[in-house]
Design a protein around this ligand. Structure first.
Ligand code: 5AD
Ligand code: SF4
Length: 341
């Protein structure tokens, strides 16, 4: 029965909610699921691993997500905003290493005016790189300005598609607005990325199945999935960490159902277990983000404790050890290229 479901996923890239729930609830065929996802990854997106340079340019945040160390209620962290020159220095460093995609990430804040951010985007685009923004929920006009300034992609995880749980976890956010943001980004021509956390309190297997179906429905071009990691300075300090294997399984099923998207092996996976990212890369993932935030600030971007990061100097060697190649291209998602080229 399980084997047939895995075959079906491999061949048709479609499963209904009950079928996903069956696969997520049974642990006896995990190896088969990971191998199937690895095989579909190779068939659709190849053996190359796209590297992205991540710059965490501000840890200020107006939101209060229960799980996150950057939440506005956490007074125990040093907040920072990198200025334009500091950010451009990080970009230059990444470009010297050969990176062709820059990801600008921050907490959700208004520390940078729209015009300042547009100016920065234009300057970064002069380096001839693809640019991804991960700065949270904004108005469609604001998203439009960033697109016009040159931004190519946008990451906005839904975190959970379970509206009730979403409400519990995000006292200052509105679920429908988040979905609206994703739709607006799509309409504006961004390559869009979403994703979820695995292991939130009261998160059911059913809701994880819905998350996977949500990624498909919204036609996401990238999906980032990470295990929840408990942060001591948040209301979830006593909640146990998410399960790495379950998170990788949600990711593997996502690969089976959305074969030609980009899927990162997330930092949270590596944080829970050494070689967690290599495990993910052998279970459906094809992207790794490398942190290029200046060392002086890296440790202040403390969304969860012990955040580990792949090393730019040893990543190629590590990938070669699992017979994968580093690809320093822009690495557009195939799903996006099919619709837009
Ligand atoms: N554990 C794991 N991931 C987290 N994020 C925020 N807090 C945590 C945590 N405690 C993730 C969210 C967000 C991304 C930037 O970091 O999914 O979208
Ligand atoms: Fe802010 Fe993002 Fe953390 Fe939520 S997850 S508190 S929006 S940085």
């Amino acid at each position: 029965m399980m084997k047939e479901l895995i075959e079906k996923a491999k061949n048709t890239h479609s499963l209904d909610k009950n079928e996903i729930i069956s696969l997520l609830s049974c642990n006896d065929y995990d190896e088969e699921i990971f191998t199937a996802a690895d095989c579909i990854r190779e068939k659709y997106v190849g053996n190359e691993v796209y590297l992205r340079a991540l710059i965490e340019f501000s840890n200020a945040c107006l939101k209060d997500c229960k799980y996150c160390g950057l939440r506005c209620s956490n007074n125990n962290i040093k907040r920072y905003n990198l200025d334009e020159n500091e950010i451009l220095n990080c970009v230059e460093n990444a470009v010297e290493f050969g990176y062709k995609t820059i990801v600008l990430q921050s907490g959700e804040n208004n520390a940078y005016s729209v015009s300042k951010l547009c100016k920065l985007i234009q300057k970064i685009k002069e380096f001839d790189v693809a640019l991804t923004l991960s700065i949270g929920e904004k108005s469609i006009e604001e998203y439009k300005s960033y697109k016009a300034a040159g931004a190519d992609r946008f990451l906005l995880r839904i975190e959970t598609s379970d509206e009730n749980l979403y409400k519990q976890m995000h006292p200052k956010s509105d679920y429908k607005n988040r979905i609206n943001c994703l739709k607006n980004l799509k309409t504006l021509g961004y390559e869009i990325g979403t994703g979820c956390l695995v292991g939130l309190p009261n998160q059911s297997i059913e809701s994880l199945a819905d998350d996977i179906l949500f990624f498909k429905e919204i036609e996401s071009d990238m999906v980032g999935i990470g295990p929840f990691i408990s942060h001591p300075q948040t209301p979830l300090s006593c909640t146990p960490n998410g399960d790495l294997v379950l998170a990788v399984k949600v990711m593997a099923l996502t690969r089976l159902l959305l074969p030609n998207i980009n899927i990162p092996a997330t930092t949270a996976m590596e944080t829970l277990a050494k070689n967690g990212q290599l495990f993910a890369l052998q279970s459906g993932a094809n992207v790794v983000m490398i942190n290029f935030t200046t060392d002086d600030f890296k440790n202040d971007y403390n969304i969860y404790p012990n955040k580990s990061s792949a090393n730019p100097l040893s990543i190629a060697e590590n990938l070669e050890s699992i017979n994968r190649l580093v690809k320093m291209s822009r690495g557009n998602s195939l799903s996006w290229e099919k619709k837009n080229k």
